[in-house]
Design a protein around this ligand. Structure first.
Ligand code: FAD
Ligand code: NDP
Length: 516
């Protein structure tokens, strides 16, 4: 181990002198920092900025290891660089393609019926946006007086973080009263021949230089379905390989409707199938061997791209958590209700924590609340219940609260009432778009004012619709209140105020207008 060196950047010195007034600096001079944050993604940045705003001396490490095909990116973590943001932009690009075709029905003269996107231009536009966000993030950190070091941090002991400022340089150390681990996760690769060498993941697709072409998407979670859908919308040919069921953990009926909608749009599913090997053919294309686990039949097919979307692993391996005594479960960190780890002054937030939703708004709010508890005397804990979420397929699926299965399991079928209905958005009529899969349901208690336990919605801009209802559900929304709410006409969200058919009644939930 080389000589211990403390960070002595000019920013650091300026920051420390400017913090003469800071109670943490004054009262805890034992450590170089009040807070070191490992990971500059949604959770880490939110925590670091909030803590600095409370007067703490904060240092944030962020470092991205390149993917096997060499993709790397800047500060901001998964959401900004290889997650929510590029995904939403590609989703939008795909929706726009659909809109161009619909425009013809509305009277627009679109000369070239065979409209195709320019993949290279799309990727450049997406990457330019990401780079601008990376830049704004760095400026924001500087303005908010959070020190940033673009290095991988790891524990030397529970108050000491070790890092290498640049490849080949000697190790440095900093000490901190508190440490927040917010290192997130990265996509998994299956343990089969050719997977790492020949496949890509969501870490690569948003900056992929060549057109994806015929793509095998392995995995039917959020990432798999979303990637398959935007690829289809952009004119490529995705196939989804499903190991067991689509969207495990979501409401089954809604998940199956979503899969049916995708099939109807021309996305094939290889059900109960697992990959066995990927081989490069002489023509450069990829031969994928697979097995159907129901029939035990082997099969193979040829693709241009193989995209692994089989879940994510927490990035604990480089943290040397043993040196600090932090307990883990699988590849995640175990925390209590206050996000404290097994070591009381070490905390964890975001995707790296065990058993909590892996979503950006969850990461941001929990990081922010933690900083307020550490440095501003707050006692408010993060409420992980009833977090709304959206799967950004062309017709989005958004939900908040319990699935029908969970409600029945927890409360008993006799105590649950399910209101549901298909609907036809007004804008679907002229282009004569299929409406079979626009559907919503409310899972409610059977008695009293019928407290709503879960809301589920497949349709256009579902995320926008459910966001508002999520606040209502957290405030104790009942069926009585919902039906007493005047709708905004003509919107799709309005359908929630008109739910009248229960599953128990056996009545057809398809309105007459849907049949046309
Ligand atoms: P991250 O954002 O992953 O940040 C962790 C950072 O720490 C990374 O930069 C990492 O490289 C760095 N790091 C790791 N180890 C170290 C170390 N030892 N030292 C220093 N730095 C380190 N969520 C939504 O809410 N909506 C969406 O639409 C959505 N879409 C998604 C689409 C995709 C394709 C994916 C993959 C995810 C999506 N998510 C979405 C999930 C969301 O991106 C994550 O929940 C969120 O980014 C988690 O934030 P985090 O700060 O915990 O981790
Ligand atoms: P998920 O865990 O949601 O899905 C993984 C999928 O891969 C499942 O269908 C799983 O099948 C399958 N799978 C797992 N291992 C294998 C294997 N060895 N071979 C074949 N299939 C396999 O992971 P994702 O990567 O899709 O998403 C990770 C997280 O990122 C999500 O939980 C979500 O929180 C977040 N995210 C959020 C988004 C949003 O908010 N819109 C979008 C994208 C990601 P099985 O069911 O059989 O286990």
């Amino acid at each position: 181990m080389s000589t211990i060196k403390f960070l002595r950047s000019s920013t650091h010195n300026a920051l420390r002198s400017s913090l003469g007034w800071c109670r943490h600096a004054a009262s805890r001079p034992r450590y170089n920092y009040d807070l070191v944050v490992l990971g500059g993604g949604s959770a880490g940045l939110a925590c670091a900025k909030e803590a600095a705003g409370c007067g703490a001396r904060v240092l944030c490490f962020d470092y991205v290891k390149p993917t096997p095909v060499g993709t790397k990116w800047g500060i901001g973590g998964t959401c900004v660089n290889v997650g929510c943001i590029p995904k939403k932009l590609m989703h939008q690009a795909s929706l726009l393609g659909e809109a161009v075709h619909e425009a013809v029905a509305y009277g627009w003269n679109v000369d070239d019926k065979n409209i195709r996107p320019d993949w290279g231009k799309l990727v450049r536009s997406v990457q330019n946006h990401i780079k601008s966000v990376n830049w704004v993030t760095r400026v924001d950190l500087r303005d908010k007086k959070v020190e940033y070091v673009n290095s991988m941090g790891s524990f030397r002991d529970s108050h000491t973080i070790e890092y290498v400022a640049m490849p080949g340089a000697e190790h440095r150390q900093v000490t901190s009263e508190y440490v927040v681990v917010a290192v997130g996760g990265r996509p998994r690769y299956p343990d089969i021949p050719g997977a790492v060498e020949l496949g890509i993941t969501s870490d690569d697709i948003f900056s992929y230089e060549r057109e994806p072409g015929r793509t095998l998407v392995v995995g039917a979670g959020y990432v798999g379905l979303e990637c398959a859908c935007f690829l289809k919308g952009l004119g490529y040919e995705p196939t989804v390989m499903v190991r067991s069921i689509v969207l495990r953990g979501f409401d089954r009926q809604m998940s199956e409707l979503l899969a049916a909608m995708m099939t109807e749009r021309g996305i094939p599913f290889l059900g109960t199938t697992i990959p066995k090997a990927v081989e490069r053919q002489a023509d450069g294309r990829l031969l994928v061997r697979y097995r159907n686990t129901s029939t035990q039949m082997d099969g193979s097919d040829v693709f241009d791209t193989v995209l692994w979307a089989i879940g994510r692993k927490g990035l604990i391996e480089d943290l040397n958590l043993e040196a600090a005594g932090v307990k883990t479960h699988d590849d995640k960190i175990v925390v209590d209700a206050a996000e404290a780890t097994s070591v009381p002054h070490i905390f964890a937030v975001g995707d790296i924590i065990y058993g909590r939703p892996e979503l950006t708004p969850v990461a941001i709010l929990s990081g922010r609340l933690l900083a307020r508890r550490l440095f501003a005397g707050s006692t408010q804990l993060m409420d992980y219940a009833d977090v709304a979420t959206t799967v950004f397929t062309p017709l989005e699926y958004s939900c908040v609260g319990m699935s029908e299965e969970t409600a029945i399991e927890l409360r008993g079928a006799d105590n649950i009432e399910v209101f549901h209905g298909y609907y036809k958005p007004t804008e679907f009529f002229i282009p004569q778009k299929s409406v079979r899969h626009c559907y919503l349901k409310a899972v409610a208690e059977v008695s009293g004012d019928q407290k709503i336990l879960g809301l589920h919605y497949i349709g256009p801009v579902a995320g926008e619709v459910i966001q508002g209802f999520a606040a209502a559900l957290k405030s104790g929304l009942t069926v009585k209140t919902l039906l007493n709410t005047v709708g905004i006409h003509p919107t799709t969200a309005e359908e929630f105020t008109r739910l009248s058919i229960t599953k128990r009644s056996g009545r057809d939930p398809t309105p007459a207008s849907c049949c046309s």
